[in-house]
Design a protein around this ligand. Structure first.
Ligand code: ADP
Ligand code: MG
Length: 687
């Protein structure tokens, strides 16, 4: 441990006994280090002092007041004692109220002057403060001045107590902590020193100082993760993978496909092939917009694996998708004597056991399934490749579980385009391939944002299109009717469409609460064209591929984020027919209007993610939340994008110039990194 002091139990801190220590444990605080890195979530600014005249409703500030009456006591009911007094300055009067604070009468005396800090309630000229903190004006002020930290807490621990033990803990460590960031780095990026930073993140003298402290701590936290990921990736060079051979059959397979691969697909397949026929383990992410044809690229990697005598697992986030991939992959591989298994959560125990037995004996070469594949203890005869589709549904953790199973090649696929800065920290341990081209003859989906007045016309349009042989989706956000949320319920909507607006058409329904068998039946019927209009919740959001469907209607579109809308729209525009996306938007809010505008204007996922960022600032960047972000103690990827950029520059420089292994002044940083990534990084591997 670099700072042994931080590893000591919190019980060694003043005012923390056994019971308190247990309560702190619940907040994840065991050591002094845990405590001092339990950062405030906010601050109260007690430096602001006002005159009574200036007080406004909901103000939180300090006022210097002379107490004008004795403190009175009323007991409106048992267990409630209200203490009141009136105090004022030369500009006005304030009523002060405390609940159940029986010692108030000993502390507050008539004709004396105090500083009171608290939240103001004002209506007209009546001004009140409830439970204000106070100090005599001439005392050495502690509580009513400065900036006070506000911590996230659990039951049993008060702000006052947390502030006190933080103070105590800081008093024992500040001045004794060794710096892990080298001077060079701190100078280059204007990073404050560690002792200063810890003190000022908790008890800053000013907001400028808090910001300086925060920047350093955020920088350190992000740098550790970024460097760790880069080193992991660097390490993979040394993890030997399963070396495969290229096979002539591959070319035959590609030539026999019903379509010609795009250049982008070929390029990405070549990158995959190079990885798999090389010495090292593949860890590759494929990014490609919805409809860019990622599945077939995965199939190529799978085929290459099987032709080399290994098994391949294909993992997807939903059962619908697993089934769909199964349906489309089996015929592709049928000429090659390859057995494909479908293993999902709803397969019966008996069948599962049989399938697993077969997998163990290499009776199946390709296994398609949901996450269940991870949880089930599946023993492979020889696993050579793991593909995970729609990676944004898999967290970093799940990826780690996979990697630890054995060392198969890893291929992950996502449709969520994210800027490079983010992919570096989310997927810093992966190589990235991009399919930046759509198959030819794809007509961009025409998108319209409409309101209720268009409903009839929309239904007429659906009828007309269905009569021409096409199909349509209608998406609702919810499954069951709920009072709180006025969104259309899928079940009742389907009913209504069937009986009224779309009478005569075959309307199907699919939602998350249906039994798997029912879902499967509905999806099969839709694929085969037996269902013409599919009313669905967002279960079809990812991956579903029915090229004959060319209308996507989204109810309550304002409830969806841009990432989701783009995914939903991606369900159409997959065939030769002109496709349409119709967004019913009930909201007139500015943000809803702008989102609809972006959707109607742009078809390209990267562009939309860019616009999304502009719109909200780096807010919930295009579904980043789904990426399984690591939990940070202080950093916030949404707000700290600028710091992240600096961190990446620094990390790249450190790795490129091998500073961790060669520079004495980076030694502590390196030790720290090894500690953090204990089992994953070894001394030897750090460059
Ligand atoms: P996604 O990248 O969203 O997963 P899919 O792999 O589901 O996209 O492919 C979408 C559709 O495009 C499928 O019907 C697939 O057969 C078809 N497709 C894929 N590649 C090509 C291509 N090169 N030319 C024509 N159609 C293609
Ligand atoms: Mg897909």
């Amino acid at each position: 441990m670099l700072n042994p002091l931080l590893a000591k139990s919190v019980q060694t801190i003043q005012n923390i006994g056994k019971v308190r220590a247990q309560q702190l444990n619940k907040l994840g605080i065991k050591t002094i280090g845990d405590l001092v890195t339990y950062y405030p979530r906010d601050y109260e600014d007690r430096t602001r002092e006002k005159k009574v005249l200036e007080l406004t409703d909901r103000d939180e500030c300090a006022v210097i007041l002379r107490v004008l009456s004795d403190v009175s006591l009323t007991r409106p009911r048992r267990n409630l004692r209200i203490y009141k007094t009136v105090a004022g300055d030369e500009t006005g009067l304030v009523t002060l109220t405390w609940f159940n604070q029986d010692y108030i009468r000993d502390k507050i005396a008539k004709d004396k002057t105090y500083v009171f800090f608290g939240r103001v309630k004002r209506s007209g000229n009546y001004i009140e403060m409830t439970n204000p903190v106070y100090e005599e004006v001439n005392s050495e002020r502690k509580k009513t001045t400065g900036i006070q930290p506000v911590y996230p807490l659990t039951a049993g621990i008060t702000q006052a107590y947390m502030r006190m033990i933080q103070r105590n803990a800081l008093d024992t460590v500040i001045g004794k902590l060794t710096e892990i960031l080298p001077d060079e780095l701190r100078k280059q990026y204007s990073l404050a020193e560690i002792n200063y930073s810890l003190e000022n993140i908790h008890f800053p003298a000013s907001f400028e100082e808090k910001e300086r402290a925060r920047k350093r701590l955020v920088f350190e936290e992000l740098l550790m993760l970024q460097l760790g990921l880069m080193q992991l990736k660097h390490n993979q060079v040394t993890v030997s993978g399963i070396k495969m051979d290229d096979k002539p059959l591959m070319e035959q397979f590609i030539n026999r496909l019903p379509f010609k691969l795009t250049n982008a697909q070929l390029k990405v397949y070549n990158e995959i092939k190079e990885d798999m026929t090389g010495e090292k383990q593949m860890n590759r992410l494929i990014q490609g917009d919805v409809g860019s044809g990622k599945t077939i690229v995965a199939v190529l990697a799978i085929l290459l694996t099987v032709l080399n005598g290994y098994q391949a697992a294909f993992m997807v986030p939903t059962e619908i998708l697993a089934e769909q991939h199964y349906q489309s992959i089996v015929p592709l591989l049928k000429d090659y004597d390859i057995k494909v298994a479908l293993l999902t959560g709803s397969v019966s125990k008996k069948d599962k056991d049989r399938i697993k037995e077969e997998i163990r004996n290499n009776g199946y070469q390709v296994i398609i399934g949901t996450h269940a594949l991870l949880e089930e203890d599946v023993d492979f005869a020889g696993l050579g490749l793991v593909v995970t589709d729609e990676q944004h549904r898999f967290g970093v953790k799940q990826r780690a579980v996979l990697a630890s199973k054995s060392n198969p090649h890893i291929l992950v696929m996502t449709a969520t385009p994210i800027p490079r800065t983010l992919s570096l920290i989310l997927y810093g341990d992966l190589d990235i391939s991009i399919i930046d081209e759509l198959p030819p003859e794809r007509k961009p989906v025409k998108t319209y944002a409409v309101d209720e007045s268009m409903r009839e016309r929309v239904y007429n349009f659906i009828k007309k299109t269905v009569q021409e042989g096409r199909q349509a989706y209608v998406i609702c956000p919810l499954v069951e009717e709920s009072d709180e949320i006025e969104a259309e319920a899928a079940a009742s909507l389907a009913e209504r469409l069937r009986e009224r607006e779309l009478k005569g058409l075959s309307v199907g329904l699919v939602h998350g609460k249906m039994k798997w068998k029912e879902k499967e039946q509905v999806m099969n019927d839709f694929s085969a064209g037996r269902i013409q209009v599919l009313v669905s919740t967002t279960v079809v959001e990812v991956g579903v591929n029915v090229p004959n469907a060319c209308i996507m209607v989204v109810e309550n579109a304002e409830r969806f984020g841009l990432a989701q809308l783009h995914q939903l729209r991606g369900r159409v525009g997959r065939g030769k027919h002109q496709s349409y996306c119709i967004l019913f938007c009930q909201s007139k809010s500015d943000i809803a209007r702008k989102r609809m505008e972006i959707m109607t204007k742009y078809n390209d996922g990267f562009k939309i993610s860019e616009k999304d960022m502009e719109l909200r600032g780096p807010g919930d960047i295009f579904g980043v939340r789904q990426h399984g972000l690591p939990e940070f103690k202080i950093a916030n990827l949404y707000e700290d994008m600028d710091i992240l950029k600096e961190v990446q520059k620094a990390a790249e420089d450190i790795v490129k110039n091998q500073k961790l292994s060669e520079r004495e002044d980076y030694k502590r940083l390196k030790e720290h990194l090894l500690l953090m990534f204990q089992d994953k990084l070894s001394e030897v591997a750090l460059n």
